[in-house]
Design a protein around this ligand. Sequence first.
Ligand SMILES: NC(=O)c1ccc[n+]([C@@H]2O[C@H](COP(=O)([O-])OP(=O)(O)OC[C@H]3O[C@@H](n4cnc5c(N)ncnc54)[C@H](OP(=O)(O)O)[C@@H]3O)[C@@H](O)[C@H]2O)c1
Length: 329
Amino acid sequence: MKYRTLGGDLTVSAIGLGCMGMTHAFGAPSDSREMTKLIHEAVELGYTMFDTAECYTGTLPDGSTAYNEELVGAALAPYRKNVIIATKCGVRHAQDGLITDSRPETIRRSVEGSLKRLGTDYIDLYYQHRIDPDVEPETVAGTMAQLIKEGKIRYWGISEANEEYLRRAHAVCPVTAIQNRYSMMARWHESLFCTLEELRIGYVAFSPLANGFLSAKYDERSSFEQETDYRSRMPQFSAEGVKQNQELLALLEKTGEEKHATPAQISLAWMLCRQPNLVAIPGTRKSERLRENAGAAEIELSPEELARIDCALNHMEMSAVFGGAKIIR
Ligand SMILES: NC(=O)c1ccc[n+]([C@@H]2O[C@H](COP(=O)([O-])OP(=O)(O)OC[C@H]3O[C@@H](n4cnc5c(N)ncnc54)[C@H](OP(=O)(O)O)[C@@H]3O)[C@@H](O)[C@H]2O)c1
C-alpha cells in the first residue's frame, strides 16, 4: 500500500475502503461477520481510510435496520488509533431523492448519533454529505470549527463540493478534503483540481470504478436486484450502455495487459497518477477484490501512458453514467 496526505497533515492509504455497499445501495445488507472479517483483512493489507455515513442504512430480513456506522465502528475498534474513520452528515434518503439538512442543530445531533453508532469518542474526517441550499457555507464551516475545538471531529470535508462553496467554507475553517464522484466515466469535477492544489485540499474520489463497471467484469447479462441494488437503474450497466462502452472496456483490457494489471487496477491507478493529492475509495464486499484494488496503488503510469489514455478517453464514445440521486430539498 502507498500513503498520501490530505490537506497538509492527514495521512491515509492511497486506496481506502468504501463501506457503503456492505449495507446500502448494492443489494440487501451483507452478513456482518463476513464484512467484519473483510474490514480486518483490509487493515492487514494496509488500508487506513474507511468511509461510511449516517445514511448508509439497509433493511435486514427481520425488518430491522442495518447501520453501516455500527458495522464499521465495531470492526475497527481493535485498530482505532491506527485508522482513519470518515463519516458524513446532512443527508436523508427519501423515496425519490435526497433531502439535505445542514443546519447547525442537525449537524450537532448527527455527530452525536455517529459517535454513538461508531462506538468512538472522535471522528477523524467528518463530511457535509451534500451542499444544503438553505444553509450558508460559513455557517456549516463555523459549526465544524466548533466540533473540532470540542475534539468530536479531527478534520472536516465536503462531499460534492463546488468551487465557490468550497472557497467560502475554507476561509472560515480549513477544509481537509472534498469527497466527489470521480472516474474515467465521470470527469466533471476535474475543473476543481487547480483550486484544490492552491488551497492544499485533498480529493477523495468516490465511485472510482463507476460503481464497478470499470472492472470490466459486468456485461449485458449481469442482473441486479431491482429494489435494493441501484445498479439495476444505472445507465452504464444497461444493455445499451454496455454496448456504447465497448471501446472504453477494450482500452482498459489492453492497458491492463501491457501493465500486467486488471482493468479495475488501471482505472484506479489512472486517477492516482493524475493527481498527487487524490485518494480513491472503491467499495467491495469481496476479499479478492479488496486485494486487487489495493494493488492499484503500486502501479505507475508514465506521463506518456497517461497522455495516451487521456487522449483515447477524450475521443471515445461512452454511455451516460450514474451521477447520483437528485436533491429534492
Ligand atoms: N459521498 C458520496 O455521496 C458517495 C456516494 C457514493 C459512494 N460513496 C462512497 O464511495 C465508496 C465507493 O463508491 P461506490 O461503491 O458507489 O462505487 P465503486 O467503488 O466505483 O464500485 C463499487 C462496486 O464495484 C464492485 N467492485 C469493486 N471492486 C471491484 C473489482 N475489483 N472488480 C469487480 N467489481 C468490483 C463492488 O461489488 P462487490 O461488492 O460485489 O465487489 C461494488 O458493487 C462507497 O462505498 C462510499 O463509501 C460516497
